[in-house]
Write a protein that binds this ligand. Structure first.
Ligand SMILES: O=C(O)C(=O)C[C@H](O)C(=O)CO
Ligand SMILES: [Zn+2]
Length: 274
């Protein structure tokens, strides 16, 4: 089994604003996930969120990851996973969970090794935990669905909230994905920050040859990165996070930090953006 773990350190907004395109991407862009037969993880020092992928050709087991300094990966961590591939099974603590495309499995602290089976294509998120919450499969019907935006501003979209206090108990993780109404391409605009929580985005279902322009930075110092299908972004707590696609796409958002209140956001007025 191939396990690759990359570490990304946290930097402050003053340093971030001095970076060129390559520097920004080195810190905040994650490419090369979703390799068949491999588990790939990125350990971010922003709230110690780990994001990654598992694409089994047969099966793959996630257990010991040296970077966490614990015997097993989930000893002091919780995990959320989203299947962006075909329906497949995941085994946790002797139970097999059948996960369809677009469904999320929450796995509580101390659950032990996690085995992923083909033909799944799993996006993984993990944050430090302080108590064991129950492992739970969240189907599309069980999630909360929040409608936002309007066609006139090209931001009409549905936020599907899967790991959310009203759906499943978790310590730090809040997670879901956002889909667009035809013609809308802007996510998270008007934009916001939440210094209490960091965020990670995975852009997927981006059509061949299309890209998403992801915006980051302090509201007065915005920058952009151009993102291809199945690439991710680490969004620091001090940064806006918004994007516009050259075609429709879906993105998975996930947060970790001081609270699990999705609505705890500091909205940025359009006239304050630079
Ligand atoms: O389209 C959106 O708006 C979002 O999906 C917002 C993210 O979920 C987010 O930034 C939550 O803090
Ligand atoms: Zn946010």
């Amino acid at each position: 089994m191939t396990l690759t773990v990359q570490t990304r350190y946290a930097i402050d907004p003053q340093t971030a604003k001095t970076l060129d395109t390559e520097g920004l991407r080195d810190h905040f862009h994650v490419g090369g996930l979703f390799q068949t037969g491999e588990i790939r993880l990125v350990y971010s020092h922003y709230d110690r969120l780990i994001l990654g992928s598992a694409v089994p050709s047969d099966s793959l087991t996630l257990n010991h990851v040296a970077e966490t300094g614990t015997k097993t990966f989930l000893e002091r961590r919780e995990m959320g996973l989203l299947n962006i591939g075909e329906t497949a099974e995941v085994e946790v603590a002797g139970a097999r969970h059948r996960i369809a495309k677009g469904e999320v499995l929450y796995i509580g602290m101390g659950a032990g090794p996690v085995t992923f089976h083909a033909p799944g294509r799993f996006y993984l998120l993990s944050a430090p935990a302080h108590r064991a919450c129950a492992t739970k499969l969240v189907t599309f019907e069980m999630a909360r669905h929040v409608e936002l935006g309007a066609p006139e501003t090209a931001n009409e979209r549905t936020i599907h909230q899967f790991i959310h206090p009203e759906v499943v108990d978790s310590c730090q993780l809040v997670m879901g994905y956002t889909q667009f109404k035809p013609g809308s391409l802007w996510n998270t605009m008007p934009c916001h920050t939440h210094d209490r929580r960091m965020e990670a985005y995975l852009y997927f279902d981006v059509p061949e040859g299309q890209r998403v322009f992801h915006f980051m930075g302090e509201p007065s110092e915005t920058r952009h990165m151009v993102i291809a299908n199945e690439e991710a972004i680490i969004s620091p707590p001090w940064s806006i996070h918004a994007g516009a696609g050259t075609a429709a796409y879906t993105f998975c958002w996930a947060m970790a930090g001081d609270n699990v209140d999705f609505t705890d956001m500091d909205m940025i007025a359009m006239e304050d953006l630079r």
